[in-house]
Write a protein that binds this ligand. Structure first.
Ligand code: 6GU
Length: 256
């Protein structure tokens, strides 16, 4: 991963299941500071846009030098400011390179199927964009994929990279303790999760559906399936591709 805010990831990568996966070697995440590949006194990663206009644009030369070093496991001391690929580089910008995801609002929206596809890769390089944009040559020569986390804008790619890391990591075998739990959940089954309850039996006067304490496992399974279906139908009908649209309804079709 490459970012201008490496400290941003200190907490998330060392917490909970991500922290455990890193500690036991299931996961090997390396956070690199993009500024390590700058050469000027101010360690600039951005400049004013050609053609004018507001805001700054992240420089392609810095991104390229950084990515070639990271792809080839070379240190920044040897590669900072290099205008040509490092000697003997196996991976080069514009040529053969490992799967490299640029986080950008204009990317393909992160979904469970995309995460499953990325989880098949032996290695991913995540690039956190910032400011108003990134020089188009980074899109062309460096990124193999562009990913967004939804139709809204956050300051930078860091929060999006964290979302990609969590979504992909929990699909890596051995990361989620209970092997049954990920398949059970929302978006893998294609439905939203059914309601869950635990002790105590009464909370501020609100009890627990009787079926869950009945001991009838078949009835519990049927209730959960029905709840998941109903919740999905009401809140996310777009997730039910096979259900015919209601021809008697005056409402506009819900499917996007
Ligand atoms: Cl990847 N970056 C930014 N800045 N905003 C976003 C995003 C990415 N995905 C959704 N919104």
């Amino acid at each position: 991963m490459l970012t201008i805010f490496p400290g941003w990831f200190d907490g998330p990568l060392h917490t909970s299941l991500l922290g455990k996966a890193s500690a036991d070697g299931t996961l090997d995440i390396r956070v690199h500071d993009l500024r390590d590949w700058t050469t000027d006194r101010h360690r600039s990663v951005d400049d004013t846009p050609y053609g004018g206009g507001a805001g700054m644009v992240m420089r392609a030369d810095v991104w390229i030098a950084a990515c070639e070093a990271v792809w080839n496991d070379l240190p920044s001391e040897r590669t900072a400011g290099a205008l040509e690929p490092p000697d003997g580089a196996r991976y080069v910008a514009g040529g053969d390179r490992p799967r490299t995801v640029l986080l950008t609002p204009r990317g393909r929206t992160l979904t469970q199927p995309l995460a499953a596809e990325l989880a098949q890769e032996p290695r991913l390089t995540l690039l956190c964009g910032r400011y108003e944009g990134v020089d188009e040559r980074v899109h062309d020569l460096v990124a193999t994929d562009e990913v967004s986390i939804g139709d809204y804008v956050v300051f930078g790619g860091e929060v999006a990279a964290a979302a990609v890391i969590e979504t992909v990591t929990r699909l890596v075998p051995g990361v989620v303790g209970n092997a049954a739990s990920p398949t059970d959940e929302s978006f893998t089954s294609g439905l939203l999760e059914y309601p869950q309850y635990t002790r105590p039996p009464q909370v501020r006067g609100v009890g627990v559906p009787e079926v869950l304490t009945s001991g009838d496992h078949g009835a519990v399974a049927r209730w959960r399936a029905e709840q998941a279906r109903e919740l999905t139908r009401r809140r996310r009908p777009d997730l039910l591709p096979d259900e015919p649209l209601d021809p008697t309804s005056d409402d506009p079709p819900q499917r996007p």
